[in-house]
Write a protein that binds this ligand. Structure first.
Ligand code: HEM
Length: 509
């Protein structure tokens, strides 16, 4: 076969010897004038960019989102992307594990990232979800602490089960997410057999400025399938890239993975009297409590032609909003809207939105100019200030009345305080499990928690499990070799009060 491209230097000049280097004589030293060798070695040494500080290991693909229920969506939101049945919007999705480095095994026990970039006619909309409806925390200030304990011990550079459980046991609002994680849901069979949840309540906004709280949920069309702990552990050795390969090959073979997207809606008035704080990221709304309604379908139909360009450089942010989709006052969501673009500027550079995978399909016009790697014309000759000589159109957006978000009532107060209601979802979850799933949950916890050396750490975590359900706690206590200690509310044991006291002083909600 005749090659279709000619080998060149970085400057495009044809060059005949990729393996060549210039030297004095046949065995002498090399020459500084050998521009080809120097540029090739210099570029090689600069290939790595910082990996994502969390969610570093991932895989992704392109596809589309198709609207199936515009009638429903239009009742609540002015989002252009949802305005017409059959409308297809191009998307890029990235799936990931959270704690491991970019070379870590796909089948590790971990939540999975489920990030979608919608290239809508009216700008980029990112939906940065996980494969779980809740999270370990509801106070953003805890996030770096939490993540540090899921990564490596600063001295040994080993994953450390004592640090892992020390954090979780002393921050009991994590309990429901911990139980989901240690069920077999924590080791999904690849990424196509799992659901995605927005987790947070966002807001849908209409042209008249009225709004409702909304959560989105993507249900897999492939059916839920999980590894058992033993299977996941084996797969980590046999094929650490199992789900990356599974996703790539299924698309390559024309079996396009799909998800049905649903919405759950609560009006501000309903939210005020809802049984849980609607902004509490550690609690689900529950489909029995708030019914879900289909709004569209997602299909992944195209593999990236270059992983680094199209997936590694993809920059997703919960703050990348479009008209009709707004943040709520959930403090974790608010903090995320800062943290992701901050990470992108560090990881990809200030002009990361000019990298083709991140660039909107519609024109961009603003006053952000210059900076490193400004590669899309820098917005040409248009003035770089708000000019009266060459005015820029300023679109009229609806006035959104946010008064309701300034509640001081029960619904949004004291996110940190752990009370009896925090055991509600762990109990509901435990009751929903089959006998087999319950046994797997117990043995998965025992296998991991049992390896924590500190008896205090094990005892504390067991007290929490036993407060969910006495038999459940007793089985774990037996497995990890500790006594069940009582946990009572409102006072709780000393360690719990310490957690509460240290948080309440700085809380606004
Ligand atoms: C990735 C911060 C909570 C889902 C990231 C990244 C940061 C971050 C800095 C790396 C971004 C990058 O380098 O491109 C935080 C903070 C959180 C938080 C500060 C809480 C205070 C959450 C929650 C979810 C989530 C609650 C899901 C509901 C994701 C996903 C990614 C990610 C899916 C990977 C996105 C991708 O594929 O590029 N997070 N995160 N995070 N986070 Fe979070």
């Amino acid at each position: 076969m005749r090659p279709s491209v000619v080998f060149t230097t970085e400057g495009g000049t044809p060059y005949s010897q990729p393996y060549d280097y210039q030297r004095i004589g046949s065995d002498g030293p090399l020459l500084l004038q050998d521009v080809h060798l120097i540029e090739s070695l210099a570029h090689f040494a600069r290939e790595r960019i910082p990996e994502r500080v969390v969610h570093a290991k991932g895989a992704g693909a392109h596809g589309y989102f198709e609207v199936t229920n515009a009638e429903f969506a239009k009742n609540y939101t002015m989002m252009d992307v949802l305005s017409e049945n059959g409308r297809r919007t191009p998307i890029t999705m990235r799936f990931s594990t959270v704690g491991g480095e970019s070379g870590s095994a796909d089948s590790a026990r971990d939540p999975r990232g489920f990030a979608i970039k919608f290239r809508t006619n009216k700008g980029i909309w990112d939906l940065v979800m996980n494969n779980t409806p809740v999270f370990f925390l509801r106070d953003p200030s805890k996030f770096p602490h939490f993540i540090h304990t899921q990564k490596r011990n600063p001295q040994t550079h080993l994953k450390d089960k004592d640090l892992f459980w020390d954090y979780l046991g002393s921050n009991p609002e994590s309990l429901y997410q911990v139980m989901r994680l240690f069920s077999d849901l924590g080791t999904p069979y690849g990424v196509t057999h799992m659901d995605g949840w927005s987790g947070h309540a966002y807001r849908w906004v209409k042209e008249d400025g009225s709004w409702v709280y909304v959560k989105l949920y993507a249900e897999t069309m492939q059916g839920i399938r999980n590894f058992t702990n033993a299977e996941a552990t084996e797969m980590q050795g046999v094929n650490p890239d199992f789900s990356t390969q599974d996703l790539f090959e299924s698309i390559e073979n024309g079996t396009y993975p799909g998800w049905t997207m649903y919405a759950q809606v609560l009006t501000p008035e309903q939210a005020q009297t809802f049984k849980y704080n609607v902004l509490d990221l550690t609690k689900e709304w529950g489909f029995d409590d708030v019914p879900k309604t289909e709004i569209g379908k997602i299909y992944l139909t195209e593999n990236p032609s270059n992983y680094f360009a199209e997936i590694e450089q993809a920059a997703f942010s919960p703050g990348r909003l479009v008209d009709g989709w707004a943040l709520s006052a959930d403090p974790v969501l608010q903090s995320r809207s800062f943290s992701y673009p901050d990470a992108h500027r560090y990881r990809l550079g200030v002009n990361y939105m000019q990298i083709p995978v991140n660039t909107p399909l519609c024109p961009v016009a603003n006053f952000e100019r210059d900076g490193f790697m400004n590669v899309q014309g820098n917005q040409g000759s248009r003035p770089n200030y708000l000019s009266t000589l060459s005015p820029i159109q300023l679109p009229k957006l609806p006035y959104v009345d946010d008064t309701h978000q300034q509640w001081t009532g029960g619904a949004v107060r004291s996110l940190s305080q752990v009370t009896e209601i925090d055991f509600d979802w762990p109990r509901r979850f435990l009751k929903s499990l089959s006998e087999q799933d319950r046994q797997n949950l117990i043995s998965n916890i025992v296998g991991h928690l049992g390896a924590a050396k500190s008896e205090t750490v094990r005892t504390r975590q067991v007290a929490l499990f036993a407060h969910v359900d006495a038999d459940f706690g007793a089985a774990i206590a037996k497995g990890v070799g500790v006594q069940v200690m009582p946990l009572s509310f409102p006072d709780g044991p000393t360690w719990l009060n310490t957690t509460i006291a240290s948080n309440s002083s700085t809380l606004r909600y």
